[in-house]
Design a protein around this ligand. Structure first.
Ligand code: NAD
Ligand code: UFG
Length: 336
């Protein structure tokens, strides 16, 4: 058995997949979550897929007292920090809440990790920190110009973690910039359980194919892209989870902070995603053309070369697999 890894936000969409991949790789994951955007019902699925008990700490990541207890109660060797708020639109109206949870949570966690002598941390950042990049594919050296509150909270945490590693050479930190995580666990047992109308494209297509929503509004058919719709780098959530396992093994023999793109390295337009989803589910997706969504950008996709070279990791699952797995999850109910 390898070490115990604390996964904050481990009951959420991405964190839950990370928990399963960590267990598969021989680690002992422990979940910390306050269920602000998830449910304890995920835990039984996690235990089943992990094939071992997965301890749960029900706590707010900003709560230093609760964090100290977690480090006291479990032999934690490293932390994967996924807990946070992620709704881009909501963040514009609630900046204080977003800075408090995303930035305040990271500070509280780092402080308690320092006290506990745990110095290995993997942080969930986002390609949102780039805004609209000047060049494609986007490398990690591109300028950081996030155009929303959510992206700025991620940029602040990134800066703070790099400063921490600079100030104290004990820290081993991987800052992972996710492009567009999508899809679900191939078992159909884990996936994104959206509360209310989903914001993101693939979960929305699931609800439309299931007959729960009528149609998708395509946010702009006049972007400067080949078919006029927005292009993104969709990354299967299991590939993303495997990237975290690779990051932890890299950190075992590294010091300092490293920043890496996790993306598939290719872009797909909204129309291409709709076509791939229709092929997976065998149903027609009704769509209407709508104005551009404020804050959206035309096109971005990752240059994942640094992650490939340093972590020996690459995305293995294609857009068809993303859609097929998302649809399997939806057919199983799409919720816990
Ligand atoms: P999610 O909402 O499904 O998961 C986040 C988890 O954190 C939830 O289980 C939630 O209950 C928990 N949480 C929220 N506030 C908390 C708090 N104060 N204390 C303890 N737990 C708390 O979101 P996700 O899609 O799994 O995202 C995970 C991380 O990845 C987030 O940090 C997010 O910003 C980042 N990220 C997500 C995407 C994406 O498209 N899903 C893209 C880039 C980065
Ligand atoms: N889209 C539509 N209609 C919809 C939803 C999305 O046309 O109803 C389009 C968007 O305009 C975009 C593409 O589908 O071109 C993907 O949109 P998503 O909302 O699924 O994903 P985003 O690229 O907007 O979101 C990503 C990450 C977020 C991050 C955000 C910030 O998933 O974590 O970038 O830009 F915060």
């Amino acid at each position: 058995m390898k070490e115990t890894i604390l996964v904050t936000g481990g009951a959420g969409y991405i964190g839950s997949h990370i928990v399963v991949e960590l267990a598969r790789a021989g680690y002992a994951p422990v979940v910390l979550d306050n269920f602000a955007n998830s449910t304890p019902a995920v835990m039984s699925r996690l235990q089943a897929l992990a094939g071992r008990p997965v301890p749960l700490v029900t706590a707010d990541v900003r709560d230093a007292v609760a964090l100290r207890s977690a480090f006291h109660d479990h032999p934690i060797a490293a932390v994967v920090h996924c807990a946070g708020l992620k709704a881009v639109g909501e963040a514009e109206g609630r900046p204080l809440a977003y800075y408090d949870v995303n930035v305040g949570g990271a500070i509280a966690l780092a402080e308690v990790m320092g006290e506990a002598g745990v110095a290995t941390l993997v942080f969930s950042s986002s390609a949102t920190v780039y805004g609209q990049p000047d060049d494609l594919p986007v490398t990690e050296d591109a300028a950081l110009r996030p155009h929303n509150v959510y992206g700025r909270t991620k940029r602040v945490v990134e800066d703070f973690l790099r400063d921490l590693a600079h100030a104290n050479a004990n820290w081993r930190i991987a800052i992972l910039r996710y492009f567009n995580p999508a899809g679900a666990h191939s078992s159909g047992m884990l996936g994104e359980a959206s509360r209310g109308r989903p914001n993101n494209l693939v979960p929305l297509l699931c609800k439309i194919a299931a007959g729960e929503l009528a149609e998708v509004a395509i946010y702009g058919g006049d972007w400067p892209t080949p078919d006029g719709t927005g292009i993104r780098d969709y990354l299967h959530v299991q590939d993303l989870a495997e990237g975290h396992v690779a990051a932890l093994s890299y950190l075992a023999a590294a010091t300092g902070a490293i920043t890496l793109n996790l993306g598939a390295g290719s872009g797909h337009s909204v129309l291409e995603v709709i076509a791939a989803f229709e092929a997976s589910c065998g149903r027609k997706i009704t769509r209407v053309m709508s104005p551009r969504r404020p804050g959206d950008v035309a096109c971005y996709y990752a240059d994942p070369a640094r992650a490939e070279a340093i972590l020996d990791w690459r995305a293995k699952r294609d857009l068809g697999t993303i859609c097929a797995d998302a649809w399997r999850w939806q057919k199983n109910g799409g919720r816990y």
